[in-house]
Design a binder for this molecule. Structure first.
Ligand SMILES: [Zn+2]
Ligand SMILES: [Zn+2]
Length: 436
């Protein structure tokens, strides 16, 4: 991507189109001479042949192609412009993998309009909220938007069981007891289950997933306390590496070798931690260089790894911080680099890596279903839920006190809605009759 395209990325699509159009008539695009054909491509009434952006669901992946989409690149401190850590990996064989599911990232995923049955595999590098804070939303919302099977989680153990992924997910499930109790019986319940695969955080380059030609490995990371890990995903001769959070460490230096795309944290620069995050200098130095990877250290790591493209994330990427982060990285690394922001997209093949920004729909509804939805499971689902959770059956329905408070005046109009459905769809939908 040349400098001009980089500048345009992030402007509104309409703005980009307008600027490209104007430039197309003055001094050409991307250094090319303007031919009559190029002129036609940038005419206001003809579609452009080249796309500078990625529109989800408009491009097939080649059989040997990997697409990585940043669905969160930010920090634990929330902001509208950047969700916290999340990267989606899509492979030409149809498989999709989510690496970290940080706060706010479930919204980004929903913007891609991918059927939720394919968003069922989540690999969590460590259990900071900015790396799994959206798990609950993907769990509940994903089921509601068409995941017809359990959500599957892979994550590390900890030095004690209470610091492991299985404990954390179990507590999350318990936290949602009321939520799940309030849905069971009323909906297709197949998505409201979580499968946890906890593995040893000390395992070095251990296979934690292997299926359909895809191998995911874990190796230890150094961050805050024992437990964090980094991942590699290998498929079809391509290698994706995701550091999650870590201080530069010997395992990454060894197992991230030969990466086609290496994503590693690159934390907010220390001066910005003081001026913008309001850290004390002591805290900024400690957190910004010892718990996380400072931009200068990120550059050192990448100089050694030499991936086909290095991806820096985990800083707030603003007009007044980006140049500083870039300058600091460039003191130690001069190879291919992306300073990630949400909705950056990398298409990776053996021959080529292209980097673009996605243009996504914000007003999304449920994407297409992978299979027919089942009607509400009723009492048989409630019975199973009761057995699994210990919540008594009678607590899964309104008490006489609450149920008796329904305002009957709406009964007639609601019967009309049922009648309308029956008329339109040509089959009977019996209105739920209640005992008085
Ligand atoms: Zn962390
Ligand atoms: Zn983090």
């Amino acid at each position: 991507m040349n400098a001009a395209r980089k500048i345009f990325v992030g402007a509104s699509l309409a703005g980009v189109a307008a600027i490209i159009y104007l430039w197309g008539h003055t001094d050409g695009m991307n250094g090319r001479e303007l031919s009559g054909q190029a002129r036609a491509q940038h005419s206001p009434v003809e579609p452009a042949a080249d796309r500078d952006v990625y529109y989800p669901n408009t491009e097939a992946l080649a059989e040997d192609e990997m697409r990585v989409i940043a669905c969160g690149t930010g920090m634990p401190t929330t902001r509208a412009a950047q969700a916290a850590a999340c990267f989606l990996v899509e492979l030409g064989n149809g498989d999709k993998f989510i690496f970290d599911i940080g706060s706010g990232s479930a919204e980004r995923l929903s913007s891609l309009q991918i059927p939720y049955n394919y968003l069922d595999k989540v690999f969590i590098g460590h259990l900071h909220a900015d790396h799994f804070g959206s798990l609950g939303e993907l769990f509940i919302g994903g089921a509601l938007m068409g995941r017809q099977k359990p959500l599957r989680i892979w994550g590390p153990s900890g030095p004690v069981p209470e610091l492991g992924t299985a404990y954390s997910v179990q507590k999350l499930r318990e936290m949602y007891t009321w939520d799940l109790a309030g849905r069971v019986g009323l909906t297709d319940a197949r998505g409201y289950f979580i499968e946890v695969n906890e593995f040893d955080y000390k395992a070095e380059n251990a296979v934690v997933y292997e299926h359909n030609g895809v191998t995911v490995r874990s190796f230890p990371a150094i961050h805050s306390l024992d437990g964090p890990v980094s991942f590699s995903l290998e498929w079809n001769g391509l290698k994706f590496v995701f550091g999650s959070d870590t201080y530069p460490n010997k395992w990454f230096m060894q197992y991230a070798q030969d990466a086609d795309i290496a994503i590693h944290e690159c934390f907010v620069a220390v001066p910005d931690l003081v001026s913008k995050m309001r850290f004390t200098p002591e805290q900024a130095l400690l957190v910004g260089t010892q718990i996380h990877t400072a931009p200068e250290a990120f550059g050192k790591v990448m100089s050694q790894i030499q991936p086909r493209i290095a991806v820096a994330y985990h800083f707030f990427k603003d007009f007044d911080t980006t140049a500083g982060v870039n300058d600091r990285i460039r003191t130690t690394y001069d190879g291919p680099l992306s300073l990630a922001e949400d909705f950056m997209v990398w298409n990776v093949t053996k021959d080529d890596i292209t980097v673009r920004m996605a243009v996504v729909e914000e007003h999304t509804w449920a994407p297409p279903l992978s299979g027919p939805a089942l009607p509400p499971g009723g009492d048989s689902d409630r019975m199973k839920f009761s057995e699994n959770t210990g919540v008594p059956m009678e607590a899964l329905l309104y008490s006489d006190f609450i149920g008796g408070g329904r305002w009957g005046e709406v009964d007639e109009v609601l019967r009309g809605v049922y009648q309308e459905a029956s008329d339109v769809l040509g089959r009977e939908f019996p209105y739920p009759e209640r005992e008085e």
